[in-house]
Design a binder for this molecule. Structure first.
Ligand SMILES: Nc1ncnc2c1ncn2[C@@H]1O[C@H](COP(=O)(O)OP(=O)(O)OP(=O)(O)O)[C@@H](O)[C@H]1O
Ligand SMILES: [Mg+2]
Length: 446
């Protein structure tokens, strides 16, 4: 009896210890207990799951079988049935599941490499991913890496985008961490790697919030910020202390774009004079300050009320396209936001869109908008964009120029926080006339 009580006591203490471990240090609990248990479950059930998701293949194999044969001879004529067991080699069909490599833990789940059967393609696994996620009771399973003959699946236990808390900035020039990716990593926007971004989504989907996050992240950096806000300036005017220029009417937009094109041409001339291919290979004292241009509701730049505006619209479209085409080498970067950025806005839009290699697609109401932003990617990215729920504003699909894509969510940055950042770093705002008048410009100290 005392032994029994002792065992019960030990079990209760162990359960309480595990509970406390999980409660107070979930990360080490996951690596120490949760993941090994999960891995065992995955290996044990893989064949069954693969078969249910139609990923198995039948293979012909020779098998040694033990067959019961009736005995021919006098004994068979007796009343009792006499059989003899005989070993025979037979050809049988064996169901084989794709070979599962080593499971590697991640903070929110695990990665696993799978060897494809002959004739299988990664799309077979993309189709099966949802079924696998349900079978293992995890939030999602995604194909993340494709190599000849194998794919890597990434399983995530729970949606890390339900709540995204502030991501610390590292202070690297032209790099902002506006939120989190679904795989638990920081979402990094590095303008030097992906210079121009298209940010689309329905109303209230989180476009302006992302612009706020970018402004807040860039405000402490030695960069010039420029705004185009044809919604009467209501979005960007509060950030004016940190903006070197802000256009709120079409007339102002044309003038500002002319300045920007002029500045790009100045930078080009400086690079040519010093034998540099881009501003980053110029001597440091000659390197001009990077400019990040934020455009809110780009459709307003392209819409015309009547024919008299046609000339202005076409000048705007041409100038914006030139900035996009030439800006990347000369440190002039674009973030273009809009509800729809389709060819219905005019001929220049499709060409502009092609230059915006970074894509962020928030919740959309119509499939065409998702198609415009992500159409050249994997169809699974489009499905993921269409599945974004209205109750999770800020959730989006992010694609860089390498074709890979992620579900992500920006940190909530209310207007007053972005305004505060604009005021706090107002002293870093370069004067526009100085910036565009005489390139190169010496950077203000950070
Ligand atoms: N990342 C986020 N996390 C939490 N809430 C968010 C996030 N992004 C946006 N929201 C909420 O959604 C609301 C709408 O966001 P936002 O103003 O960015 O939408 P929008 O796409 O710019 O809409 P519109 O096209 O009408 O300008 C915000 O006021 C905020 O309450
Ligand atoms: Mg907005």
């Amino acid at each position: 009896m005392t032994d029994f009580v002792l065992v019960l006591g030990v079990l209760a203490a162990a359960a309480a210890g595990l509970w406390a471990w999980r409660q107070f240090h979930p990360v080490s609990f996951w690596y120490g207990v949760g993941f090994p248990l999960r891995a065992a479950l995955v290996y044990l059930t893989w064949h069954h799951v693969a078969s249910g998701c139609k990923l198995t293949r039948n293979r012909r194999r020779f098998r040694l079988t033990l067959d019961a044969l009736p005995v021919v001879g006098p004994a068979s004529r007796s009343a009792a049935t006499v059989v003899e067991h005989k070993r025979r080699v037979r050809r049988v069909d064996v169901e084989r599941s794709p070979r599962l490599g080593l499971l590697r833990p991640t903070r929110l789940g695990w990665r696993m490499r799978l060897r494809l059967h002959d004739g299988q393609v990664p799309a077979d696994y993309e189709k099966a991913a949802e079924g696998i996620a349900h079978a293992w009771r995890v939030h999602s399973v995604r194909v993340v890496d494709v190599r000849p003959g194998s794919v890597t699946l990434w399983a995530t236990m729970r949606d890390p985008l339900v709540e995204v808390v502030t991501v610390p900035e590292t202070g690297e020039l032209l790099t902002v961490r506006p939120g989190k990716l679904e795989n638990g990593r920081d979402w990094v926007i590095d303008f030097r790697t992906v210079p121009h971004w298209l940010n689309v989504g329905a109303t209230q989907s989180g476009k302006s919030n992302l612009a706020n996050a970018l402004l807040k992240g860039l405000a402490p950096q030695p960069v010039a910020l420029v705004g185009f806000d044809l919604k009467g300036g209501v979005e960007f005017t509060p950030y004016a202390p940190r903006l070197s220029a802000l256009a709120t009417t079409r007339k102002e937009s044309v003038d500002l774009l002319v300045d920007l094109v002029g500045e790009v041409e100045n930078r080009m001339a400086t690079c040519r004079a010093h034998g540099a291919r881009n501003v980053w290979t110029l001597p440091e004292d000659l390197r001009p300050m990077p400019i990040v241009v934020l455009v809110d509701e780009v459709a307003e730049l392209f819409l015309m009320a009547d024919k008299s505006e046609k000339d202005e619209v076409s000048r705007t479209a041409t100038a914006l396209l030139r900035v996009a085409q030439l800006g990347r080498a000369f440190a002039v970067y674009l973030v273009v936001c809009g509800q729809r950025v389709g060819s219905d806005l005019g001929p220049g839009v499709t060409a502009l869109r092609a230059q915006l290699s970074g894509r962020v697609c928030h919740r959309v109401n119509d499939p065409e908008t998702a198609n415009m932003a992500l159409g050249d990617l994997d169809p699974a990215a489009l499905d993921a964009a269409r599945a974004i729920a209205a109750e999770t504003p800020g959730v989006c699909i992010v694609a860089g120029q390498d074709g890979s894509w992620h579900r992500a969510r920006s940190v909530y940055v209310p207007e007053h926080e972005a305004e505060q950042a604009a005021r706090d770093y107002a002293h870093l705002t370069p004067v526009w006339e100085t910036l565009v008048g005489s390139a190169p410009v010496v950077r203000p100290a950070a």
